[in-house]
Design a protein around this ligand. Structure first.
Ligand SMILES: NC(=O)c1ccc[n+]([C@@H]2O[C@H](COP(=O)([O-])OP(=O)(O)OC[C@H]3O[C@@H](n4cnc5c(N)ncnc54)[C@H](OP(=O)(O)O)[C@@H]3O)[C@@H](O)[C@H]2O)c1
Length: 285
C-alpha cells in the first residue's frame, strides 16, 4: 500500500496507450493517482480513455520527433515514469521481410523508445529520480522463427536498457524491462494482417512454414495472459523504490527464460522448431 502511494501526483508518460497493455497500464496508473499522459496514433481511442481516466493526450506517431517533444512537454516540469510500450510484430522469414518493413520495425520498437529515454534522462538525472520501464518481450531473450525482425528489435531494447541501467544508477534512475509471454491484445490481429502477404505467397520457399499458423497461434493463446496482468507488473515495478531490472510475465515466459539458462542451445532450438512446427528437410523445395 505504501508503495502505491509513491505514484500519487507523479507524472507518467505511456506510449502505445490506445489498446492492450498500454491502455490497461494507463487505467491502473490513473487509478493510483498518477498524472498520466497518453500517446498512440488513434486519437479517438485516446480521447475515450482520457475521458474515463482524466489523463492527457498527445496523439501521433511515436517515430515523429515533434510528437515525442510534445509528449515530454505535456508532462510539465518533470517526467517521473516513462513507459515505453508502443510496438508491434513484423512477421515473416528473415530473408523475405522487406528492408523497409524491417527498418520501420526498428524505428517504432527500438529507436523511438531509445529517443524517449534520452529525452527524459536530463530531467531525471537533475532530480536524481525516475523510472524508465521498457516493455520488451520473451522475444527479447529468444529468436523465434518468422519473428526474427521483431525479436531483433526486442533484443536491441534489452541490450540498451541493461547498459543504461548501469550508466544512470549513480543518479538513482531505474531502468526496468518487462518481458511478457503471449498477451491477449490486438497485437496478434495486427501481426496476422501483416503476415498475409507472406502467407499468400505460394511460390515462396518458406510457404510450408505457414501451413500451421492457426494451430501455432492457438497453442500460444492457450498460454496467454490478460493486458491487465501485465499492467499490474508495470505498476509494481513503478511503485518500488528499487525495482528489479527485469520482470518476466506469464508462466510461459518464466519457464522459457529459466530453460534458456539451463539447456544447451541445440535443445532450445529443437523445442522452438517443434513449437513453430517448422518443416523438415524433405518438406521444403
Ligand atoms: N501481446 C503480446 O503477446 C505481447 C507479448 C510481449 C510483448 N508485447 C509488447 O507489448 C507492447 C504492447 O503491445 P500490445 O500487446 O498491447 O499490443 P496492441 O494491443 O496492438 O497495442 C499496441 C499499441 O502500440 C501503439 N502503436 C503502434 N505503433 C505505434 C506508433 N508508430 N506510434 C505510436 N503508437 C504506436 C498502438 O496504437 P495505435 O495503433 O493507435 O498507434 C497500440 O496502442 C508492444 O511493445 C509489444 O511488443 C506484446
Amino acid at each position: 500500500m505504501r508503495d502505491m502511494e509513491r505514484l500519487k501526483n507523479k507524472s507518467v508518460l505511456i506510449t502505445g496507450a490506445s489498446a492492450g497493455i498500454g491502455a490497461a497500464t494507463a487505467r491502473l496508473m490513473a487509478g493510483a493517482g498518477a498524472r498520466v499522459v497518453l500517446n498512440a496514433r488513434r486519437a479517438d481511442r485516446l480521447e475515450a480513455l482520457a475521458n474515463e481516466t482524466g489523463a492527457s493526450v498527445v496523439a501521433g506517431d511515436i517515430t515523429d520527433p515533434a510528437v515525442r517533444a510534445r509528449l515530454v512537454a505535456a508532462a510539465g516540469e518533470s517526467v517521473d515514469f516513462l513507459i515505453n510500450n508502443a510496438g508491434y510484430g513484423e512477421p515473416g522469414p528473415v530473408e523475405t521481410v522487406s528492408e523497409e518493413d524491417a527498418r520501420r520495425q526498428f524505428e517504432v520498437n527500438f529507436f523511438a523508445a531509445a529517443e524517449m529515454m534520452r529525452a527524459v534522462l536530463p530531467g531525471m538525472r537533475a532530480r536524481r529520480a525516475g523510472h524508465i520501464v521498457n516493455i520488451s518481450s520473451v522475444a527479447g531473450r529468444f529468436g523465434y522463427p518468422l519473428f526474427g525482425w521483431y525479436c531483433a528489435t526486442k533484443h536491441a531494447l534489452e541490450g540498451l536498457s541493461d547498459a543504461l541501467r548501469v550508466e544512470v544508477a549513480p543518479w538513482n534512475v531505474k531502468v526496468v524491462l518487462i518481458e511478457p509471454g503471449p498477451v491477449r491484445t490486438e497485437f496478434f490481429d495486427v501481426t496476422i494482417k501483416k503476415a498475409a502477404p507472406h502467407m499468400e505467397d505460394a511460390d515462396s520457399p518458406y510457404a510450408p512454414f505457414f501451413q500451421n499458423v492457426e494451430a501455432i497461434e492457438k497453442d500460444f493463446m492457450k498460454q496467454a495472459t490478460t493486458p491487465e496482468n501485465v499492467a499490474k507488473v508495470v505498476l509494481k515495478a513503478c511503485s518500488k523504490k528499487n525495482p528489479s531490472g527485469r520482470y518476466a510475465v506469464t508462466g510461459m515466459a518464466r519457464t522459457a527464460i529459466a530453460a534458456s539458462r539451463l539447456l544447451p542451445r541445440a535443445w532450445l532450438d529443437a523445442g522452438i522448431r517443434r513449437q513453430f512446427k517448422i518443416p523438415g528437410k524433405d518438406e521444403v523445395r
